[in-house]
Design a protein around this ligand. Structure first.
Ligand code: ATP
Length: 325
């Protein structure tokens, strides 16, 4: 049984299609990262899993139960850290957890849960005076109450300092080790890479990739980044590289250096094109795809080689002129 399943889920708000035919499965015991740019539909997906929002078409289940027909049973077994959470300013941290335990019919050791999220010292202070990060820790603590089978966390590290973010990652792993499934949305890629077994990438309401980060990197391997040092450097060299089949962008980094994004197979053709102009290749290097580039590759349109080349070609500066002279 999968912990979470979405089958052909579409959600429209008037003219806006927030989710477009999304199908996704998260296995039990998995830490699944849900990524996408602002407005991609992450919160809408989470709201559908919790039955706060109903899909226009399709269905969703959590732990084998339909989220609409069985919403109460689902909520009993799910711990949620929502996007726009609500705390009661006049209640203490301990009272919030007692409330969470009551509603889940759980008998957690409240002190221990507060200790776990680093709020033991603030247990009897009212939430109204909490900092943003303390509030986030308290909401996490509420999600952990009752040893939920599934944790759904919407941007869990928002407002947390580096220690808080690290503690959050530790807790996510501990929960998985206990047997829980963790589904969390984020656009902090390092967080996601540090803990997730798999990620799903959402773009404009559609799932564009689901895999391990390593596999996603591997799939982009065809897109290599080359840095070249060329002498003399000029528009002719840039144009020659941009014209090579498989090159998606050429960027002039100044100082006689160029960055070229191209298909793996096009690398040699790029080097040959440089030499064919009569310029000398002083140095070249290839780099790994960064997380940022990985995210951009799945969530943005491919850059237009000619546009980028034109936009990024700086005016000839003195130093460059000197080398050319
Ligand atoms: N209640 C609503 N009424 C109208 N449009 C909505 C509503 N809720 C969401 N949308 C739209 O649906 C799309 C998806 O929004 P959603 O909040 O799910 O994105 P998100 O991926 O969570 O974004 P973010 O990273 O900014 O939180 C957006 O275009 C948003 O404007």
């Amino acid at each position: 049984m999968n912990a979470i399943e979405l089958s052909n889920v579409t959600k429209r708000y008037g003219d806006v299609t927030a989710l477009d035919d999304v199908t996704l499965s998260v296995a039990e015991g998995e830490i699944f990262g849900f990524l996408g740019p602002n407005g991609a539909g992450k919160s809408t997906t989470i709201d559908i899993l919790l039955d706060f929002v109903r899909p226009t078409a399709g269905s969703a289940s959590v732990l084998g139960r339909d989220v609409q027909a069985d919403s109460l049973a689902v909520r009993q077994r799910v711990g949620v850290l929502p996007d726009g959470y609500h705390l009661y300013d006049r209640l203490t941290a301990r009272q919030h957890l007692e409330f969470a335990a009551d509603s889940k019919e759980a008998d957690d050791d409240i002190g221990a849960v507060l200790e776990r999220v680093g709020l033991a010292d603030a247990a009897d202070r009212t939430a109204g005076g909490f900092s943003k990060g303390m509030k986030q820790r308290l909401v996490l603590a509420m999600a952990l109450v009752g040893e939920p089978d599934v944790l759904i966390l919407d941007e869990p590290t928002t407002g947390l300092d580096p220690n808080g973010a690290r503690r959050m990652r530790e807790i996510i792993r501990e929960e998985r080790d206990r047997g829980a499934t963790v589904f969390f949305s984020s656009h902090i890629l390092e967080q996601v890479e540090a803990v997730c077994d798999r990620v799903g990438i959402l773009r404009d309401g559609r799932i564009v990739a689901v895999d391990t980060i390593d596999a996603l990197r591997g799939a982009l391997d065809s897109e290599a980044r080359l840095t070249l040092a060329v002498e003399p450097m000029g528009d002719e060299v840039i144009a020659a590289i941009a014209a090579v089949e498989g090159v998606s962008s050429v960027r002039d980094d100044g100082d006689e250096r160029l960055s070229v994004a191209c298909e793996e197979a096009a690398k040699t053709a790029v080097l040959a094109a440089v030499e064919a102009t009569g310029a000398r290749l002083l140095d070249f290097d290839t780099e790994d795809v960064s997380l940022e580039e990985l995210f951009a590759a799945y969530t943005q349109d491919a850059p237009d080689a000619s546009a980028e080349t034109a936009a990024d070609t700086p005016a000839v500066d003195d130093e460059a002129t000197e080398v050319r002279a």
